[in-house]
Design a protein around this ligand. Structure first.
Ligand code: GLC
Length: 573
């Protein structure tokens, strides 16, 4: 047993020291890729207006190369009134001036590819913005028109159409229907919006819509993108006739997630969506290279989600069941087994994810038992005591476990810095439509979206050249700044960097996990090739086998793995 903790890394901090690589045709790179989610408004701001932009991202790509990721996924940067932080798209084929121009995008993509990083963009097909020309035309043209048939307009119920056409609820709160006003001022038809009223749902039974989206895909594929993350990929097709949804036991708050469908919801996970993805699969095949579709589909169980990644559909789907698994050895072992079995059953890799822009950051979430349901968020009035140190310790252990698993892993910007959820955010600063549609009763997702710190002591921690930040940054974030952590042994940034480098060296993403026997309930222990991985979710130290430590989430001072820690080691026979 070698007792030193992970070798001090000799990681390059200067990008000029990095070999220049370019993205090659590479076969099925996505099977093992580590994909880094950039939330453009909060990543890097080049012009100092407090909102991140594409030029800012380009300037910071070297840091991501140094981190060791394979691809970036950019949350929406398209033309949008930003009612849902860009998930309300008014033009799918242009860049919102807030973020820059199409030329800026081309420069970003070119630089990413030069560094060997693939680029995935976000496609939002379930709904447009109400500011999209299609919707403006639909409102102007009136009932029965071709343009109305692009969306889901219906007459209301009741003597004067004053009641919504059915009882569906918006994911963000309140009714999923909004009544229109006719040009003469009289009340008109209703339109469906599963999210905010500024996000009308498209009618995917309309072939015209299908044709438009094929072209939108081609537009970005021609620009050279490596793939698409598909927003709400389980919601585009609704049950014919739009029947009421009212199973007696249904309570959207009790199932942990209003976007999941453990019961038969007439707008989630309808079989008709698969035809669309088979069609898109063919569109991607029109282009050279290895392009991907990744489903954001909150679908359970995983055997059902696996239908999204059948060989002629998408390549990947986010594994939210894994994200929602608490820090428990037995629960983690079970979900890892379930994931690998379900996805390999259709020949797809499993994905792994712990954080994104819609959930409480895992450095905070893993200290909460149980965490609030997805989307609800936490804030000053939540009355939850949070042990920040415990959360970070578990997050580091959970990330190290995740990065050892075979398949593709998603990392959300800032998790490599150990960022916690921002809880002390004043109500006046909140922006998430969830907060407003629930009249402040739910905080929503802003706490995970705060601009990230790059440089200690700098205005906006180096997020931009000024102190401006669209969501306020906490006053004590110097300690999380990238420049403070870079080169500091034991920092979360160094942990991720080392883990990513070793993951690549040992080929873990394409490996096979084999459970190790003889460990207790609270322990997750397996081999992946020549690497032994042990995670201790319990309180009692776990004796380690003889071997050389590759990386560990906590310093190891004796031949034991402490509580809430993960280690990778090469065991000796
Ligand atoms: C997805 C996005 C989320 C957005 C919603 C509506 O869940 O990740 O941020 O609010 O779709 O587009």
């Amino acid at each position: 047993m070698t007792l030193e903790s992970a070798p001090e890394s000799s990681l390059p901090t200067d990008v000029t020291a990095l070999p220049e690589t370019t993205v090659t045709a590479g076969s099925e790179w996505w099977r093992s890729a580590v994909i880094y989610q950039i939330y453009p408004r909060s990543f890097a701001d080049s012009d100092g207006d407090g909102i991140g932009d594409l030029t800012g991202i380009t300037s910071r790509l070297p840091a991501l190369k140094t981190l060791g990721i394979d691809a970036i996924w950019l949350s929406p940067f398209f033309t949008s009134p930003q009612k849902d932080a860009g998930y309300d798209v008014a033009d799918y084929c242009d860049v919102d001036p807030l973020f820059g121009t199409l030329d800026d995008f081309d420069r970003l993509e070119q630089e990413a590819h030069r560094l060997g990083l693939r680029v995935i963009v976000d496609l939002v097909p379930n709904h447009t913005s109400s500011a999209h020309q299609w919707f403006i035309d639909a409102l102007a043209d009136g009932p029965g028109s071709e343009t109305r048939a692009r969306y889901i307009f219906r007459d209301g119920l009741g003597a004067n159409g004053e009641l919504p056409p059915n009882n569906w609820q918006s994911v963000f709160g309140g009714a999923a229907w909004t009544r229109t006003t006719n040009p003469d001022g009289t009340p008109g038809q209703w339109f469906l919006h599963l999210f905010d009223s500024s996000q009308p749902d498209l009618d995917w039974t309309n072939p015209w819509i299908r044709e438009q989206f094929r072209d939108i895909l081609r537009f970005w594929l021609r620009r050279g993108v490596d793939g698409f993350r598909v927003d709400v990929a389980h919601g585009m097709v609704k049950v014919e006739g739009l029947p009421d949804f009212n199973p007696p036991a249904y309570d959207p708050n009790s199932i942990g997630n209003s976007m999941s469908q453990p019961v038969d919801v007439p707008y989630w996970a309808q079989p008709g969506v698969h035809e669309i993805y088979r069609d898109w699969h063919k569109v991607l095949e029109e282009f050279e290279g290895d392009r991907v579709l990744c489903a954001e589909a909150w679908v359970e169980p995983l055997t059902m989600l696996a239908n999204w990644v059948r060989p002629d559909e998408m390549q990947q789907a986010f594994n939210f069941s894994y994200l929602e698994t608490p820090w428990s050895g037995s629960r983690l072992r079970a979900i890892i087994d379930e994931s690998i079995e379900a996805f390999s059953g259709v020949g797809a890799p499993s994905t792994w994810v712990l954080s994104n822009h819609d959930v409480i950051r895992h450095a905070t979430r893993l200290a909460l038992n149980p965490p609030p349901p997805q989307g609800e968020g936490i804030g000053p009035r939540s009355e939850i005591a949070i042990d920040e140190e415990l959360g970070l310790r578990r997050a580091r252990a959970a990330s190290l476990l995740m990065l050892a698993l075979p398949g593709s892993a998603y990392v959300y910007q800032g998790e490599e810095l150990g960022l916690p959820e921002v809880i002390e955010m004043p109500d006046s600063a909140r922006q998430d439509p969830t907060y407003f549609r629930h009249h402040g009763e739910k905080y929503g997702r802003d706490g995970a979206r705060v601009p990230i710190p790059w440089e200690a002591g700098a205005p906006s921690y180096g997020f931009g050249p000024t102190a401006a930040s669209w969501l306020p940054q906490p006053s004590d974030w110097d300690r999380y700044a990238r420049d403070v952590q870079a080169g500091t042994p034991g920092s979360t940034l160094e942990l991720y960097t080392l883990a990513l480098r070793e993951r690549a060296t040992h080929g873990l993403g394409l490996g096979t996990h084999v459970w190790l026997q003889g460990y207790g309930e609270d322990v997750v222990a397996f081999t992946n090739g020549t690497v032994t991985v042990i995670a201790n979710t319990g309180t009692v130290p776990v004796e380690l086998p003889v071997g050389d430590i590759i990386v560990s989430s906590e310093p190891l001072s004796e031949a034991a793995l402490p509580a809430d820690a993960t280690v990778w080691l090469t065991t000796r026979a």
